[in-house]
Design a protein around this ligand. Sequence first.
Ligand SMILES: [Zn+2]
Length: 350
Amino acid sequence: MFATALATVILFQPATKTKNVLFLFTDGLRWQELFEGAEPDLMKAAKPEDAHYKAYWRETVEARRQALMPFTWSTIAAKGQLYGDRRSGTPCQVLNGLKFSYPGYSETLQGFVDPEIRSNDAVPNPNVTVFEWLNKQKGMEGKVAAFGNWYVVSSIFNKERCGFYVQSGMEPITFTGSAEARMLNRLQAQTDHPFPPDPADAFTYEASMLYLRTKQPRLMGVLFGETDSYAHSGNYAKYLNAAHRFDRWLKGYWGMLQSLPKYKDKTTLVITTDHGRGDGSEWTSHGEKITNAEHTWIMILGPDSPPLGTVRGEAGVSNGQVASSIAALLGFDYCAAQPKAAKPLPRLVR
Ligand SMILES: [Zn+2]
């Protein structure tokens, strides 16, 4: 009887090929640019000689999105999954109603909306993120890390309590004293960053790549900020450049992962954002009063997820599903431990 029950459990919980997850995130990148590239109305002011016109303006939606995010539309669209294209019947959204950063980060990372989280202040998250929970599971201990461009990310992961390496904002690299780390720390301290008190995203990227290469974690998060910052400043050209850089970094991580035996064909990328932005002239903004700023997107690329490309006709996808999806890919049932958490994405695993 016991043996039969055990056999049944094993039978119905097929092991995933995924042994590692890289969680990648860029703040406030709209689904419109992700799925459709540079928006015609917002490009009207651009002149043909402008660099961003040359780089991102094309006649068709397919060509525009390919120009803006080439790794996404060549590799993820062919081998992975993209949720959030409202025109394909798969809207994706945050459910917190506030449509700004801390509520969106926490909804995504803990898997549910905490109505008490109503500001962007750097207060320690009272909730346990899926990262903190996974860091306590068998085989995952000490194999979790997170990097954030926004200084508040350390609070969202609750750096004091969580038990894994977290570095955000201008915090220097402390996981190693290597020459490369010391050089990055010196450069970060001496650079005139565009959006103080946070560094340029490039420093977050380089620090996280150094960690990935040398520490080889099983779960790492990297959360970028420049898409949001350039949008708030109303600079569409630099917002597009930030989206393009994020796509280039996705390619950089993927290339690194596929070159290391520990990761090759055993690692899934889970990629998302924390909120959308307004339509038309409201593209610079987001928040409770901005219509449609709840609309987000999620992308998956890895060995367990069917290559669906743009997922069609899946209503009801939300950011809260990210937390349990990360756990499920690593073979853990987060919803059993945290019943408030949303279920994994509907077509995540074969
Ligand atoms: Zn945000």
